[in-house]
Ligand binder design. Structure first.
Ligand SMILES: [Zn+2]
Ligand SMILES: [Zn+2]
Length: 125
């Protein structure tokens, strides 16, 4: 039996850097590892520029006694929470925008409008 191990002409160099600045792990919450969405896991931006999902921040906030600030699980920076509501924190619009774009591409449809034809008929009275 002749084993022919083909010489592969492949380069062993490092993979090229992703052209997009967004790597997939940026789309997941570093606390619960859920992917961000536009509902319970909407990405909320803290003033330290770390982003976590709304659900995690709400849990964190209630653990801290629902004060007027919430601590960042990464750097411990405390971000003021307006009216004690996590939902009042700003969304990370870079993430929500790309989430919305994904949604819209899925339901992309064109509606054709028929040209309006005017029938000019005189009515004799
Ligand atoms: Zn989370
Ligand atoms: Zn932080």
């Amino acid at each position: 039996m002749a084993q022919t191990v083909g010489a592969r002409s492949g380069s062993d160099s490092a993979p090229p850097p992703a052209p997009d600045s967004f790597v997939p792990e940026d789309f997941e919450c570093k606390v619960c590892f859920n992917y961000f969405d536009l509902d319970r896991h909407i990405p909320k931006l803290l003033s330290c520029s770390h982003t976590f999902c709304r659900e995690c921040l709400e849990k964190l906030h209630s653990l801290e006694g629902r004060g007027w600030r919430v601590g960042c699980p990464v750097c411990r920076h405390r971000t003021p929470v307006r009216e004690y509501q996590i939902q009042n924190l700003p969304d990370n619009v870079l993430l929500t925008d790309s989430l919305i774009t994904k949604h819209e591409n899925a339901s992309d449809r064109e509606e054709q409008t028929s040209p309006i034809s005017l029938s000019g008929t005189f009515l004799w009275s």
